[in-house]
Design a protein around this ligand. Structure first.
Ligand SMILES: [Ca+2]
Length: 368
């Protein structure tokens, strides 16, 4: 029996059928795959087959991205061509360190975080730097901040988030200096605010975070952070000035040996908005604000490493009211996520950058 679709087409003749088939082909490019979620069906397209620890939009058509081994690339999201920038400083790729987050500030000025050798011999540090992208080169490279040296580059944190055109927030990890995290005079396990106008010494905005790999403002101006706990105790927090987020005096997680580190909550400690035990290892986070996925608007997307999925959180009044696991069958470690200027969702894993675009039944003919 003919489908309703074919019956409707028949009077229009062969041309309409060919045009329709062409459009169907168009929305199914060879490397696109179709997925279903609770609220939207979507296509997944692989843009490039390599890691991006951090990435941001340099223009509506270009992504600037980091590979942890010490490479910064510019990717054209239409042609999928990319080139590597020259003039990138030498990074120390060790533990969780290397070339980490990267953000576009204004025009082609960028900020990025990397880890490098420091004195005394054998120590390393976490450095925030700025530079300008000119053609295929990094110019005007400046170190803005280098953290107190430590022995370890595990739990390095290192997300950057801007507030308007004046402030930059940076999350620093504990770097296995657990006992120094609560000390306000060390750079371990902190959220800093930099005033880019005055260039003053950064202000400690909050303390007591462990390995904060996600940092993002929502549309109402709340600063959300994600952090990897020890064994269990992964958290999402809302960061407020002066607050203590508890590590290591309060945690839902256990030491890798199974030993108790601290109670889940303690006086003076701001509890997480949500926590996960066993671990899913949350990394980059982003709110979706765009017109391509209307039912995802205002949702918080969380990349997970050991969880190997992209997690969608529905948020109401600063609370997580629903969660959905997306792309859990791919065996990918998800690193970072961002809404594109085109309203599509861009996600990086340890092996690729992908783009999610909506697919709604019955909308094929509208899509050009
Ligand atoms: Ca905490």
């Amino acid at each position: 029996m003919d489908s309703i679709f074919l019956r409707l087409l028949r009077p229009l003749g062969r041309t309409a059928l060919i045009v329709t088939l062409t459009l169907l082909t168009f929305v199914h490019p060879s490397n696109a795959r179709e997925y279903k979620s609770d609220l939207h069906r979507f296509n997944l397209e692989v843009l490039v087959e390599h890691q991006a620890w951090g990435f941001d939009f340099l223009s509506p058509k270009e992504i600037v991205l980091t590979e942890r081994r010490g490479v910064i690339k510019v990717l054209n999201i239409e042609t999928k061509e990319e080139f590597e920038l020259t003039g990138v400083p030498k990074v120390l790729e060790e533990g969780h360190g290397g070339l980490l987050d990267i953000r576009v500030f204004q025009g082609r000025k960028i900020f990025f975080v990397f880890t490098e050798k420091a004195q005394p011999e054998g120590k390393s540090t976490l450095t925030l730097a700025s530079a300008e992208i000119e053609g295929t080169a990094l110019k005007d490279f400046k170190r803005v901040f280098s953290a107190v040296p430590a022995d370890s580059l595990y739990q390095a944190g290192s997300r950057i988030e801007f507030q308007g055109k004046r402030y930059l927030f940076l999350s620093t990890g504990e770097r296995e200096e657990r006992r120094k995290v609560q000390d306000p005079d060390t750079d371990f396990g902190k959220i800093y605010r930099f005033d880019l106008e005055t260039g003053d010494k950064p202000e400690m905005w909050a303390k007591g975070v462990r390995n904060p790999e996600g940092l993002v403002f929502d549309a109402e101006g709340n600063l959300w952070e994600s952090e990897l706990g020890p064994m269990g105790g992964d958290e999402i927090n809302i960061i407020e000035k002066g607050n203590n987020y508890g590590w290591p005096i309060a945690t839902y997680g256990l030491a890798y040996t199974g030993k108790v580190i601290g109670p889940p909550t303690a006086e003076g400690v701001t509890p997480p908005v949500v926590n996960w035990t066993p671990s899913i290892s949350p990394s980059g986070i982003a709110f979706y604000y765009g017109d391509k996925f209307p039912r995802w608007n205002g949702n918080l997307f969380v990349c997970t490493l050991s969880g190997k999925h992209l997690r969608r959180l529905e948020v109401k009044n600063k609370k997580v009211v629903a969660q959905e696991v997306l792309l859990g069958n791919e065996d990918w470690r998800f690193r970072n996520v961002r809404t594109g200027p085109d309203g599509l969702l861009y996600v990086s894993t340890e092996t690729k950058i992908i783009r999610l675009s909506p697919l709604k039944p019955g909308t094929h003919k509208k899509r050009r």
